[in-house]
Design a protein around this ligand. Structure first.
Ligand SMILES: NC(=O)C1=CN([C@@H]2O[C@H](COP(=O)(O)OP(=O)(O)OC[C@H]3O[C@@H](n4cnc5c(N)ncnc54)[C@H](O)[C@@H]3O)[C@@H](O)[C@H]2O)C=CC1
Ligand SMILES: O=C(O)C(=O)COP(=O)(O)O
Length: 542
């Protein structure tokens, strides 16, 4: 049974999906302190949150059961992504479910701000009839600047066009054509755009680049009487600088749905300034958006926990359900090559690993295969075996450089993954392929070409290629009751008499006496036993 913890308010539609899914158990809690969240996470395989739960490194460390965090919504700034990645926890969100509601809220805020709806309504509730005091401004004919032209920014821009506004946009990552299609005049320079607007609305994530990007210096360059709307993330507009600019009259008013600390302190200046319209982070709070994100979150978390599907991952490359089955054998092959090289590398310090994907393998998600390989490579070195989410980060943290390259040239096989590990004692390398979609084969070890099974107990012995040796080794294992299920031979140069390697797949583990006897043979130069998962065994992390 997979347990899903829910610590924020999730629409009943999502809860119903979870409750009705076989293999999923739901644990709904609310009003938990951080310490209580930490404790509840001990027994959870996954957690669904909104913006109300902060997942800090302290909460995410030491949660061996926790595999997945799903954000029912867009912003993941309340999740420490680096910590989640380090712990091997995949983070996913539901990027589109609340776009329309948040765009509509932005427009509602812009209109309400322009027509003083908030204070006018309040004054009537207090018994007054102040018609003159609340004269507003019209939106039609005004210019709005949209910073951040992603899903919500574009949706806001389209609505503003419908309101007969001139729409300017700034987003370094959107194409001219895309902006032009929607009637947006695109600027590549934020400083230039903001001097031309009557309204500025921000729709970017909060990042190191966007934190405080709308600050005193920039506000000073804007038109006097500009109005600023923030329905994205608190802190994109510097709150102190905004309050100062409102008090000085440079900014006529602001509409804020989000705050750098939520809820903002009761004595915050922005709460008390009459020119500021505030809502308590309501952008996504409609029945429709909540039902949509809850349904998506429920589907995403169950698909991951039950089938290993990765959709909308924020801290790794996603794998679509349709792609997963085709990718799984490649991840398995890469992982097994990592396991093999890690066991053959008798504790020499690894400084670098290079992966080459050839033929069909080159068309698969190479980053995931690199992670799968690295997870195998590090599995013997770390207390908890890394998975495809954290392996790359853990390797890099240990100073191991990882490189990946692809080649569409087929070589001898239609698909191949080749790995070279650089250690302080030299290089080790191996290459694998697959026959059909499931038979994984080792086709090269260092310079020895071969065709060996990559599963179960593998005994490798290096030897001089002389007649009679195979019989002699077979006799030793026969004497010690060790059954050989498969054998492959590889020669460095494909001619007799040189150095060679044999890979035996064994049904049972040889005793030390059997190993010693093989090692003692005068033509054997080295013997190693490698333990691989059985053929077809599920991947440890999917
Ligand atoms: N108030 C609320 O309840 C809600 C708030 N949000 C917030 O709204 C924001 C936008 O959400 P979406 O449109 O869904 O995200 P999105 O990912 O579709 O769009 C973000 C856009 O910002 C752009 N961007 C990133 N850095 C930038 C920079 N330095 N300058 C200019 N543009 C930059 C990106 O290129 C992208 O086009 C996010 O912060 C999200 O958390 C989202 C939903 C509800
Ligand atoms: O989706 C987002 O980014 C939001 O800000 C919505 O937050 P919420 O789910 O309403 O707490």
């Amino acid at each position: 049974m997979h347990r899903v913890l829910i610590t924020d308010n999730l629409s009943p539609a999502g809860l119903k999906v979870l409750e009705e899914t076989d293999g999923i158990e739901v644990d709904v809690r609310s009003g938990l302190s951080p310490e209580q969240v930490r404790e509840a996470l001990h027994d959870a395989d996954g957690i669904i949150i909104r913006s109300g739960t902060k997942l800090t490194p302290e909460l995410l460390a030491g949660q061996p059961r926790l595999k997945v965090i799903v954000r029912a919504g867009v912003g993941v700034d309340n999740i420490d992504l680096a910590a989640a990645t380090r712990e091997g926890i995949v983070v996913m969100n539901t990027p589109a479910g609340n776009t329309t509601s948040t765009a509509e809220h932005t427009i509602a805020m812009m209109m309400a701000l322009s027509r003083n709806i908030g204070p006018a309504s309040q004054s009537m509730r207090e018994g007054r009839w102040d018609r003159k005091k609340y004269t507003g401004t019209q939106l039609a004919g005004k210019t709005v600047g949209v910073m951040g032209l992603g899903r919500i920014g574009q949706s806001v821009a389209r609505r503003c066009r419908g309101l007969e506004m001139t729409v300017l946009g700034y987003d370094p990552f959107i194409s001219e054509e895309k902006a032009a299609e929607q009637g947006i005049e695109l600027y590549r320079d934020l400083d230039e755009m903001i001097t031309k607007v009557d309204y500025l609305t921000v729709h970017t994530p909060l990042t190191d680049e966007t934190r405080g990007v709308i600050n005193a210096a920039r506000i000073a360059t804007m038109r006097q009487g500009v109005r600023i709307i923030n329905c994205a993330r608190g802190g994109i507009v510097d709150e102190n600088d905004l309050a100062d600019a409102i008090e000085s009259g440079q900014v006529a008013g602001a509409a804020l749905d989000v705050f750098s600390s939520e809820p903002p302190p009761e004595d915050s200046r922005l709460r008390s300034l009459p020119q500021v319209l505030c809502t308590p982070h309501l952008g996504a709070s409609t029945d429709e958006a909540q039902e949509q994100v809850a349904l998506e979150a429920a589907e995403i978390i169950t698909a991951y926990l039950l089938r290993g599907e990765i959709r909308y991952a924020v801290n790794m490359a996603p794998i679509a359900a349709s792609e997963l089955e085709a990718v799984r054998p490649y991840l398995d092959l890469a992982h097994r090559l990592g396991l093999l090289l890690s066991q053959l590398n008798k504790s020499h310090a690894v400084s670098k690993a290079d992966l080459l994907f050839r033929g069909d393998a080159a068309s698969k998600p190479t980053r995931l295969m690199l992670n799968a390989f690295t997870s195998g490579l590090l599995s013997g070195a770390l207390e908890d075996a890394p998975n495809i989410i954290n392996a790359e980060m853990l390797a890099r943290e240990r100073g191991i450089e990882l490189t990946e390259a692809t080649s569409s040239e087929l070589g001898a096989f239609s698909t191949m993954i080749a790995a070279t590990v650089h250690t302080d004692q030299g290089e080790l390398s191996a290459a694998g392929t697959m026959f059909g979609n499931e038979f994984l084969r080792l086709v090269r070890l260092d310079n020895y070409q071969m065709d060996a099974y990559l599963d179960g107990l593998m005994l490798l012995y290096r030897h001089r290629d002389v007649p009679g040796l195979i019989g002699a080794i077979g006799t030793v294992f026969g004497k010690h009751q060790v059954n050989i299920s498969h054998m492959a031979l590889g020669r460095e140069k494909n001619e007799p008499g040189g150095e060679a390697i044999a890979v035996l797949n064994l049904d049972n583990e040889p005793s030390q006496a059997a190993m010693d006897e093989v090692s003692a043979h005068p033509d054997v130069t080295g013997v190693e036993l490698v333990k691989m998962p059985e053929a077809g065994a599920p991947l440890p992390w999917l």
